[in-house]
Write a protein that binds this ligand. Structure first.
Ligand code: SAM
Length: 259
């Protein structure tokens, strides 16, 4: 897969690409990520990339010509052009999965008050928002998309199948995780996790995942494809029962249920 990030601030993007999972995925040749300086596609002595907006109103707007020129230079037959924009479709794990099936993404990072509308209308295949808040530029959103997409590429994560076990993969938030020590300042790991009883551990994790999702993101339950046992568990939460009532964690961690 190839990902081009078109930005006025390459220096904001490059360090993130040079660390951790993204650096490893690049080194292994799983993804070819290129940072493209938009200014190189601006013309004239001063290579101007922004201008005042028509109709008045404060702030500068990114001009269309450099973005059209950059995409013309980078485009391959299968390229999908994405403009990062707070008004776009919200980027979710499903959207990441969809983009991970592409062979070439061109991510356009906006700046200032935004981008000339002709880019969204006639150049980009779609606009994506990373959430209902406004950042100063599209670099962090482009990196968020790049990270979420790259870690879904086969071989990008160390542990086999790790991406399938994470939050959203099953439609639910992930259950709690613990590591050593078993006891830390009188805080115990739930005993069920030390029991070696994998069926019980599986049930406990499922109830915890349902609880977390029900508490923090009930909207996800609508599309999570719950089975009848899951529905029964949710019904019991509605009646005031806790995960501890439904699938006890064992004597150690019983006092510390998930919140
Ligand atoms: N005036 C614009 C508005 O109100 O919608 C905000 C422009 S913002 C300061 C500058 C650029 O940052 C945008 O063009 C976009 O590329 C990027 N950006 C900011 N917030 C974003 C978000 N939540 N998702 C995706 N891109 C975002």
């Amino acid at each position: 897969m190839r990902i081009d990030i078109v930005t006025l601030f390459p220096g904001m993007v490059e360090p993130v690409l040079g660390a951790s999972m993204l650096a490893r995925a690049r080194a292994r040749g799983l993804v070819d990520i290129r940072v493209v300086n938009l200014r190189e596609y601006a013309v004239g002595k001063h290579r101007v990339t922004d201008d005042y907006q028509f109709g008045g109103g404060g702030g500068m707007v990114l001009k269309p010509e450099p973005l059209f020129a950059a995409v013309a230079a980078l485009r391959t037959e299968d390229a999908r052009v994405v403009l990062l924009d707070p008004r776009g479709r919200v980027f979710t794990q499903n959207a990441a999965r969809e983009l991970a099936r592409e062979s070439h993404l061109i991510l356009l990072a906006g700046r200032y008050e935004g981008v000339d509308e002709r880019v969204a209308e006639h150049l980009a295949d779609e606009t994506l928002s990373i959430g209902d808040y406004v950042l100063t530029g599209g670099e962090i959103p482009a990196l968020a998309v790049t990270d979420a997409v790259t870690r879904l590429l086969p071989g990008a994560l160390g542990a086999e199948g790790a991406a399938e076990r994470e939050s959203f993969a099953s439609g639910l938030l992930e259950p709690p995780q613990y590591t050593r020590p078993e006891e830390f300042e009188d805080l115990h790991v739930p005993a069920v996790l030390l029991s070696g009883d994998h069926a019980r551990i599986g049930r406990w994790r499922r109830v915890q995942a349902l609880w977390r999702t029900w508490r923090a993101r009930p909207d996800l339950l609508e599309t999570a494809g719950l089975g009848s046992e899951d529905e029964t568990v949710i019904e019991r939460f509605r009646r005031g029962e806790t995960p501890e009532d439904i699938e006890p964690s064992g004597h150690h961690g019983a006092a510390r249920e998930a919140t």
